[in-house]
Ligand binder design. Structure first.
Ligand SMILES: [Zn+2]
Length: 183
């Protein structure tokens, strides 16, 4: 049985996935006189490709463009491999718990995670984490800008009120000059 480490590692590097199976099919357009309805030698159109999948208890198909067929083939194969690996991981984890206990198994999971920190594969992860941080920071800055603008408007409002008050005061007389100087 493959060990946890190698299974986890393969799962981590599985690549793009797509559920279902990719099958070629041929079709009849039905136009009178078309080769597809030829009486003696009918030749259907195609092959076209469709992805058939049963996903979350729903059967469905999806048309796949010719130029995407190779990529979709790889993605479908990756998904199949991932499902097999999930089973293997389950078995390996059970086996490890039986043999070495829960604590040791946890250690193995953790070990496999920290191993990858320094590896090449995790470089992408680091980039992803970094860009997430940057995005979060951008949001913060946006919020700050918003609240700063709000604050500025509040200040302007207060200033207007203060000016209006000042005006009334000076209209009342010069005795307020002393108070203003203190401020
Ligand atoms: Zn036809």
């Amino acid at each position: 049985m493959p060990d946890l480490d190698s299974i986890l590692n393969e799962i981590k590097n599985i690549g793009p996935c797509l559920p279902g199976s990719l099958d070629p099919y041929y079709s009849v357009c039905g136009k009178p006189g078309c080769r597809c309805v030829d009486k003696d030698n009918p030749r259907k159109h195609g092959p076209y490709f469709r992805l058939s999948f049963s996903f979350v208890k729903k059967n469905s198909t999806m048309f796949v463009r010719k130029q995407d067929v190779d990529a979709v083939k790889t993605m479908v194969a990756n998904y199949k491999r991932l499902r097999a690996l999930t089973l293997e991981l389950g078995m390996a984890a059970l086996d490890s718990v039986k043999r070495h206990g829960v604590a040791a198994t946890l250690e193995q999971f953790r070990g496999s995670r920290s191993d990858s920190e320094g590896s090449q594969g995790s470089w992408k992860d680091k980039c992803r984490r970094r860009s997430r941080q940057i995005r979060a920071a951008e949001v913060k800055i946006r919020d700050l800008t918003k609240s700063r603008d709000k604050w500025r408007q509040e200040c302007l409002k207060l200033r207007k009120i203060a000016k209006a008050a000042e005006k009334t005061h000076s209209d009342q007389g010069s005795r307020n000059d002393e108070t203003r100087k203190k401020k």
